[in-house]
Design a protein around this ligand. Structure first.
Ligand code: TYD
Length: 152
């Protein structure tokens, strides 16, 4: 993003809800999420989270390289997204046809899982534990360093 001629990292502005096409008839519903079409990246990996108690907080990390789309295909949960500069947004996921897009370098926390929550996660990469930033203070430091570099 260009601001006064300076490039700044504002990845949190890329976070958005996605509505997937639904094909319903008297047999039930069918929701479609195609990579590079309904989902803004090529899908390399899926994983899903269920059986988390309502007081559990998952995530609590940022990813240097991976983008994600999260969909509560059953039940509900909340996702808090933080940019490391004091901005945060909370989304409620409670519809199988709606997902949240999470770009790289945002801090995310998933919580408030309903007992029937099944949280489907689509990822743009294969798993690499080294691209995870799991310490919030370190995340803030890296965000500041990235901003300083881009302002030079
Ligand atoms: P973790 O990242 O802590 O899950 P969450 O973000 O939902 O809180 O992952 C839990 C464990 O699973 C951890 O040991 C890493 C491993 N894991 C993989 O091996 N591959 C994957 O694709 C993911 C997401 C996790």
């Amino acid at each position: 993003m260009l601001e006064g001629g300076r490039k700044t990292v504002h990845n949190i502005n890329l976070v958005r809800m996605l509505d997937f096409p639904e094909h319903g008839d008297n047999r039930g519903q069918l929701v479609i999420a195609e990579g590079e079409k309904d989902v803004p990246f090529a899908i390399q990996r899926i994983f899903y989270i269920y059986g988390s108690d309502s007081d559990v907080v998952r995530g609590q990390h940022a990813n240097r390289n991976s983008e994600f789309v999260l969909i509560n295909v059953a039940g509900s949960s909340k996702v808090k997204v933080m940019d490391g500069k004091g901005n945060e947004i909370i989304y409620v996921l409670n519809r199988p046809r709606t997902g949240i897009y999470l770009p790289t370098m945002v801090w995310k926390e998933m919580y408030d899982f309903s007992p029937d929550s099944v949280l489907l996660c689509l990822a743009s990469t294969h798993y690499d534990g080294n691209e995870y930033i799991r310490n919030y203070d370190e995340f803030v430091k890296i965000v500041n360093e990235m901003n300083n570099k881009e302002e030079k």
